[in-house]
Design a protein around this ligand. Structure first.
Ligand code: NAD
Ligand code: UGA
Length: 468
């Protein structure tokens, strides 16, 4: 088959499926790319001017290819049938029930995709695992695909994990550090490599066996999260000793063996993947009887939970041991800047702790809506207590509101808590904000985003992460 005749189907139009396929369609105008999803509202949004995810530069990429060779549709089986390469890019959340609950990945959606591919295939297909999966999932996918009844259906399974980070997805896809392809069939590997090869240098396209590829994705996220937990662990020691965590990070990061990236101390890492993937790694290690290895990686999560809790405890202690009925302006709710994604955001946990202390929260995030904030808080309560009690529902309803700007959120507040590092927070008129706040005006910078000395001159009492 010549590359010109390739047709792609991607199952799952989420944070990965949408941007990844938009980039392939942009770079390969001759390849037809169909992105399918069972979520009708999401597909409708991909077909509108208001995309379902906020990602700098994405709108332009989508607009260039959409309607030409990029299509978003709910017609899953039709798209599978006419495609040669099928990406599985569905969600793989942590299981909340049954065996492995709270640790193992829930592979229900991946399995449903494999069954649908088996059912709808009448020719040879290359099935690509794009979702992040436990090592050896491809074995299960292959077995399910064997159940295909059409005599002309046959399959190769490849692992092609995605390494993009939200907020920089377009940049990461355009210029990836590497593309990883794991597989058994050299022709299938070459065919997929040929697609990426249109814009990625050949030496950056790594080819491995299936299991190395699957395991490398979990390992990459574990190593990245470990760096954040490592520097966050040191931030606690900095606060106790008078050292400054940014100075320490800079001093160690200039050692080329350590490197400067991913050493930004924070209120804790969030996002849909770090915690889920490490828990998955921990579960796998336990499954193979590697208890010490499991405990080693679990500590990365324990440290992250500690960091989030430490931040909210510090707010309460600093504000004379009570925030009850005090108004706290929360600046940022997304798990990092330049995304509207709030999954596992540290902000959810900090807000939960402050609500438990009966604080009143006024939240401003340029990309997150009130309904999502309430949904996240409710979901956390259900996860922790098994249900949403009347008490928690009332607390969320009466003590959480949103403001239309950072300044408006802070007006009349007792404190500001910076939970996401949005650039616009640096441009705020802090003189005016200080005037409009209750005194003493506390500012808790969970991202070490703002200039502490200038804020102190404005009159604020500033508390940052890992700062003396
Ligand atoms: P997401 O929840 O944003 O999107 C998944 C989509 O799959 C949803 O829209 C859902 O409706 C759809 N879906 C589920 N089952 C389906 C089915 N049977 N048929 C059709 N559609 C179906 O998830 P995401 O953030 O895009 O993550 C997808 C995978 O990629 C996960 O395994 C994740 O670990 C991995 N990953 C995510 C990121 C990231 O930054 N978000 C980065 C790298 C890898
Ligand atoms: C992460 C990885 O960086 C991607 O390579 C991977 O593809 C993705 O997970 C995934 O598998 O989903 P993402 O979670 O989108 O990407 O964003 P990151 O930039 O990694 O940030 C994760 C969290 O760590 C954020 O809350 C961020 O604020 C925090 N962080 C990051 C820090 O606190 N300090 C840092 O130095 C870096």
């Amino acid at each position: 088959m010549s590359p010109n005749s390739i047709k792609i189907c991607c199952i799952g139009a989420g944070y990965v499926g949408g941007p990844t396929m938009a980039m392939i369609a942009k770079q390969c105008p001759d390849i037809e790319v169909n992105v399918v999803d069972i979520n009708e509202a999401r597909i409708a949004a991909w077909n509108s001017d208001s995309l379902p995810i906020y990602e700098p530069g994405l709108q332009e990429v989508v607009q260039e290819a959409r309607g030409r060779n990029l299509h978003f549709t709910t017609e899953v089986s039709e798209s599978i049938e006419k495609s040669d390469v099928i990406f599985i890019s569905v969600n793989t959340p942590t299981k909340t029930f049954g065996i492995g609950a709270g640790r193992a990945a829930n592979l229900e959606f991946v399995e449903k995709c494999a069954r649908q591919i088996a059912e709808s295939s009448h020719s040879h297909k290359i099935v690509v695992e794009k979702s992040t999966l436990p090592v050896r999932t491809a074995e299960a996918v292959k077995r399910i695909l064997q159940s295909a009844t059409n005599p002309n259906a046959s399959f190769d399974v490849l692992s092609n994990p995605e390494f993009l980070a939200e907020g920089t997805a377009v940049k990461d896809l355009l210029n990836p550090d590497r593309v990883l392809i794991g597989g058994e069939c050299p022709d299938a590997i070459e065919k997929l490599a040929g697609i990426y090869g249109r814009w990625v240098d050949a030496e950056r396209i790594l080819k491995t066996n299936l299991w190395s590829s699957e395991l490398s994705k979990l390992t990459a996220n574990a190593f990245l999260a470990q760096r954040v937990s490592s520097i966050n662990a040191i931030s606690a020691l900095c606060e106790a000793t008078g050292a400054d965590v940014d100075e320490v990070a800079n001093a160690i990061g200039t050692d080329s063996r350590i490197g400067p990236k991913f050493l930004k101390s924070s209120v804790g890492f969030g996002g849909s993947c770090f915690q889920k993937d490490i828990l998955n790694l921990v579960y796998l290690c336990e499954h193979f009887g590697l208890h010490e290895v499991a405990a080693y990686w679990e500590q990365v999560i324990i440290m992250n939970d500690y960091q989030k809790r430490r931040f909210s405890t510090r707010i309460v202690h600093t504000m004379f041991n009570t925030v009850s009925d005090k108004r706290i302006a929360v600046w940022g709710f997304a798990f990092k800047k330049d995304t509207n994604d709030t999954r596992e955001s540290a902000a959810i946990y900090v807000c939960r702790d402050l609500l438990e202390e009966r604080a009143r929260l006024t939240i401003y995030d340029p990309q997150v809506k009130l309904e999502h904030i309430k949904r996240d808080l409710e979901y956390l309560m259900v996860n922790e207590f098994g249900e949403l009690s009347e008490h928690h529902r009332k607390l969320i309803d009466s003590n959480v509101e949103v403001a239309s700007s950072a300044e408006a959120a802070a007006s009349g507040a007792h404190a500001i808590a910076v939970l996401t590092e949005w650039d616009e927070f640096k441009e705020v008129d802090f003189d005016a904000v200080y005037q409009a706040m209750k005194k003493p005006a506390f500012l808790f910078d969970g991202r070490n985003l703002l200039d502490r000395e200038k804020l102190a001159q404005n009159g604020f009492e500033v508390h940052a992460i890992g700062k003396p």
